[in-house]
Design a binder for this molecule. Structure first.
Ligand SMILES: O=C(CO)COP(=O)(O)O
Length: 255
């Protein structure tokens, strides 16, 4: 039995207006009551961070996360948001390296490494997303892909800092497809990720880092995934947009 506290995060992606976000948070806090068995994180779009932050009142069990940052403190980067701007809203977490940004916006491992470092320097916990494409799984090269992402995205980060990272294994073929990785497939990859973290850092560090699974998580498959020894939490897209489905995953309640 490990001592890693589970962490369940909702990535809202480009969904919810400010008023929708407020209604969601009101209802979620009511559903969760004083629940504290796992760390809960919600990652709204930038436009709703302030409103959600005020409702969470930074004493709540539910923490705030952002979906992205730019790796500089300020400057001529039109349309970008710095780590310090996120800190102002009491963000604790920030998603980095999501496959949607790698694919649609061409983010490289080198750039993602800068973002991980910038987040850590601002005392934000990066949720670093990694994962293979369908074609890479079919060709049997998922270990090469994930191994290389881990090595490049965590390059030159010190042991004492890397423990503040959360790794999210999100197979690209499972995101938004309704076809989740089975608990056996996910556990196999999570075990591999922990082995790689041992090689890159140390066993002691690897045992501390939490590894989430993401990709078509629903109230029906969440508990089986969470029961795996190396799955320390979930990063949930679609099913985090609805209070009942998100809270039933957290509270392990039947819908
Ligand atoms: O990309 C994801 C979370 O970051 C997963 O999205 P879905 O849960 O909608 O498949």
């Amino acid at each position: 039995m490990n001592t890693r506290k589970k962490i369940i995060a909702g990535n809202w992606k480009m969904n919810k207006t400010v008023s929708e976000a407020k209604a969601f948070v009101h209802a979620l806090l009511k559903e969760l009551g004083d629940y504290s068995a796992a760390d809960i994180v919600i990652c709204p779009p930038f436009t709703a961070l302030q409103a959600v932050s005020e409702l969470l009142d930074h004493s709540s069990h539910v923490r705030l996360g952002a979906q992205n940052l730019y790796p500089a403190s300020h400057g001529p980067y039109t349309g970008e948001i710095s780590p310090w701007m996120l800190r102002e809203f009491y963000c604790h977490y920030v998603i980095v390296g999501h496959s949607e940004r790698r694919i649609h916006l061409g983010e490289s491992d080198e750039f993602i490494n800068k973002k991980v470092k910038a987040a850590l320097a601002a005392s934000l916990h990066p949720i670093l997303c990694i994962g293979e494409a369908l074609e890479e799984r079919q060709r049997g090269i998922w270990k090469e892909k994930i191994g290389s992402q881990l090595e490049l995205d965590l390059m030159a980060i010190e042991e004492k800092q890397v423990v503040d990272c959360i790794i999210a294994y999100e197979p690209i073929w499972a995101i938004g497809t309704g076809k989740n990785a089975t608990s056996e497939q996910a556990q196999e990859v999570h075990f591999f990720i922990r082995e790689q973290l041992t090689k890159l850092f140390s066993d002691q560090i690897a045992q501390k880092i939490r590894i989430q699974y993401g990709g078509s998580v629903t109230p029906h498959n969440a508990q089986e995934l969470l029961a795996c020894p190396d799955i320390d939490g979930l990063l949930i897209g679609g099913a985090s947009l609805d209070v009942l489905s998100f809270s039933s995953i957290i509270l392990n309640k039947k819908l």
